[in-house]
Design a protein. Structure first.
Length: 454
């Protein structure tokens, strides 16, 4: 049977769930694990990510720096920049390489901002696998398991169509070896339910489906930071949850730096009778004053050219950046304010400085089980829709050339192979970033380059 026929049979077999839809008509009545204080702080984190801080602006022309954006993007790039994630099944792996890996750095960045991200694969009617995600902005967590993984929650999707905004609510629930999904749509801001087919984007979606599985069919990526905002909450916090005050001071220092140039720029004060140009005032740097009209020209002109305290203001910004680095766990000097480039990041991470390395390794430890879960979820979903799936463990390698000299590491491991301390296939697995079985296949029949194994 063709893939499309498999998918059609699966879609047509999904059960209707209209009797359950009234329970999510009013989201405010749903008991979630998100307390009011966490709701408030979550909105604050996303506002900060956009450059909107909660504190009162210190200057009329407040000039914030994109510190939250730059720092989360920087760490996300270090976490995922050299990642290799391959599934054993070639067809599913092709979808992962095309539709997941290019978005992984963005997923990690959004996780650092909002505290968590929920990822789910889905299969279209053409048989292609895509990956959807929900953040703390557009996902309601209802139940978490002992490890903090979400087992029940609601994805929220809003679409503007024909001048109106519609909201689709996709309720996921994993219980007793079954993962159920319920879809419903509403006119946004009301309890007025509409048919899914009312919005072309949602045409063909079923209202209710169930998939047998031994794990939730959604994977939760969390930040590793303890929640000290709501001690009774099991939800994680943002990377900069405890740096809001510092971020404000950075923006205040930068605003003062910009104001310095405006207030202290050179000017010439002169009587209008002296400023004889075609249109009277000849330059923006000239300021008209009232003179007596009888003094000499030199007496009617006053120059104003104070020295701008650029270095002092730059030092103030960088001092606050040093404090921010300590708070989020990156090496001293990672972020620097440059007068010509603005806020910049370090060009490389020194191997002897372990601060950033430890933070990145901690985030990668959070990401690894999520990728393992996604590999299993994708295989389960594909089998449910009729795919023949090759079994096998996924290959996950993060790479660490940012933190170490890969040339030196290559020589070290090569020497270990020659000395018989490391198997050739293990060397290949490290170098090519592939599973050990595939690394063994890459070995030539006579591996004289590594020496005689006998």
């Amino acid at each position: 049977m063709q893939i499309l026929e498999f998918l059609k049979s699966r879609f047509s077999g999904l059960k209707k769930g209209g009797e359950h839809m009234d329970s999510i008509a009013d989201l405010t009545k749903i008991d979630t694990v998100q307390s009011p204080i966490m709701c408030e702080k979550t909105r604050e984190w996303w506002n900060i990510f956009q450059g909107i801080l909660p504190q009162k602006k210190t200057h009329k022309n407040f000039k914030p720096l994109p510190t939250a954006y730059v720092s989360t993007a920087y760490l996300a790039q270090l976490v995922t920049g050299e990642i290799k994630f391959e599934l054993a099944d070639e067809r599913l792996n092709a979808f992962v390489q095309k539709n997941l890996l290019p978005r992984l750095d963005r997923i990690v960045q959004l996780t650092l901002v909002g505290g968590y991200t929920v990822i789910k694969p889905y299969i279209t009617r053409t048989g292609e696998v895509f990956f959807d995600l929900g953040t703390s902005r557009d996902f309601l967590p209802i139940i978490l398991d002992e490890n903090g993984q979400i087992t029940e929650g609601i994805f929220l999707e809003r679409v503007r169509y024909n001048g109106k905004i519609y909201e689709r609510r996709e309720w996921h629930c994993f219980k007793n070896g079954v993962h159920s999904v319920r879809n419903s749509a509403y006119l946004y801001g009301t309890r007025e339910r509409v048919e899914l087919s009312s919005v072309p984007r949602w045409t063909g979606l079923s209202e209710h489906g169930e998939i047998p599985s031994d794990i939730p069919m959604i994977a939760t990526l969390r930040t590793p930071y303890a929640n000290n905002i709501d001690l009774d909450s099991a939800l994680p916090v943002s990377l900069f949850a405890n740096s809001v005050g510092t971020l404000h001071e950075i923006d205040a220092a930068h605003s003062e730096y910009i104001a310095e140039f405006k207030k202290m720029r050179a000017k010439v004060f002169a009587d209008e009778t002296v400023l004889q140009g075609k249109n009277g005032i000849t330059d923006d740097y000239f300021v008209k004053i009232e003179g007596d009209g009888t003094s000499t020209m030199e007496q009617q002109i006053m120059t104003y050219a104070p020295q701008i305290r650029e270095e002092a203001h730059k030092a103030a910004i960088n001092t606050e950046l040093r404090l921010y680095e300590v708070q989020i766990g990156v090496s001293c000097g990672t972020f620097t304010f440059d007068s010509t480039k603005g806020l910049v990041t370090a060009t490389q991470v020194l191997s002897e400085d372990r601060t950033t390395y430890n933070t990145v390794a901690q985030l990668q430890r959070q990401l690894r089980p999520v990728l393992e879960a996604l590999a299993k979820i994708t295989g389960t979903l594909a089998r449910f829709y009729g795919f023949e799936v090759t079994d096998g463990e996924p290959a996950i390698e993060f790479g660490d050339s940012v933190f170490e000299d890969t040339g030196t590491e290559f020589s070290r491991r090569f020497q270990m192979v020659q000395a018989g301390l490391l198997k050739p296939e293990e060397f290949n697995a490290w170098y090519f970033g592939v599973p050990i079985d595939k690394a063994r296949e890459l070995l030539p029949e006579m591996t004289t380059v590594f020496g005689d194994d006998e």
